[in-house]
Design a protein around this ligand. Sequence first.
Ligand code: HAM
Length: 412
Amino acid sequence: MLPDVARAWEHLQRVAQDLFARYGYEPVYTPLFEHTEVFTRGIGEATDIVSKEMYTFEDKAGRSITLRPEGTASVVRAALEHNLTANGAQAKLYYSGPMFRYERPQKGRMRQFWQIGIEVLGAAEPTADAEVITVLWRYFEALGIPAENMRLLLNSMGDEACRPAYRDGIAAFIRSHGSELCEECNRRADTNPLRAFDCKNPACRAVMATAPLLREELCGDCAAHYTAVKAHLDALGIPYEEDSSLVRGLDYYTRTVFEIQVEAGLGSQNAIGGGGRYDRLMEAYDGPPTPGLGFALGFERTLLAMQAAGVEIPAPPRAEVFVARVDDSVTAEVFALAQRLRDAGIAAELDHQARSLKSQFKQADRLGARFVVVLGPDELAAGEVTLRDMSSKEEKRVALDAAPAAVAAALG
Ligand code: HAM
């Protein structure tokens, strides 16, 4: 990532940190790799991520390790290991960093990509679901992506009371439509039937559109939870669309799932962020039942969505003021003055390449400097510098000692 992109990255991070702090989320950093089991147990053996996309290898001691394909499994592993949710405590955490999935690279889909995500552990109430969804929505709004460019899709995956029977029903549905569905979907009947809803094949989509909907077969508790989440979102005016084909690619989800999609020429990579509830995940690591939920969003896709919406990323000038030296005799004084300006909190730059005065001015322009402070033997003899306004071209003399204060005043 070269400076243009890295600057955008830092902007996305800053906006996230500001926003997440207002909701009480605290930062965590998890390792770039973990024991493979953390991901196989958490994300699920039958998912594409675990079965096809993990960078897994043996370390020198013969242990199987995997580059993290996502953050949730690691955060829950860490919360359990360090007792963050002991005695019913709630933890609100956020993380950001590179993730690794061995997918076929294309626009918006990389093998190393950058996610930022939040996780709430220990919260079972539907207000938590509505809060997490709202944070995701507000984040994209704060970046300047217009609401009309985004679709927030919402669904419920049910829980252990209602999903198994539904899953069996979908497996039977797939088998009864076997000849109309692709090979992969036929295989899914045995491994992960709900994933058939996510097949990109148009024929499969048409068949699956006629399948029974889990939302209509939710147990009483899941139905009440789902209704309450929607009511809280309605009250905040967060515009969601219910989408019964939204099943997400990770097995840990229970109840609420959601995704924000954009039309930005991203094709099937149009999900800029998504997440959901995972009330059984901590138990996958032999921990106590602990409800949890969260989201992650991808920086690369978010940036493409911002570009498609014509959003400019703020680029501060690399120098507010450039200290130019007329000749070698004043090098030490120029260097000292640049440092005094920097110590006064001003972004100041100077020449390190023995350029002519003319090309120092050009360099000042390239760096976006609003002022050039010129120091030469004449100025030095008078104990002054020349302060030049780069847009009006006006010049005035100010005392060398008072130069930082004069520059600060001129910058306003
Ligand atoms: P996910 O939907 O797999 O969810 O990924 C979240 C976001 O990461 C996607 O919406 C997308 O923007 C980005 N992303 C995923 N794969 C790639 C890729 N190969 N290249 C570029 N961007 C990508 C999760 O990872 C869950 N951990 C979210 C979550 C948190 N659920 C609960 N808590």
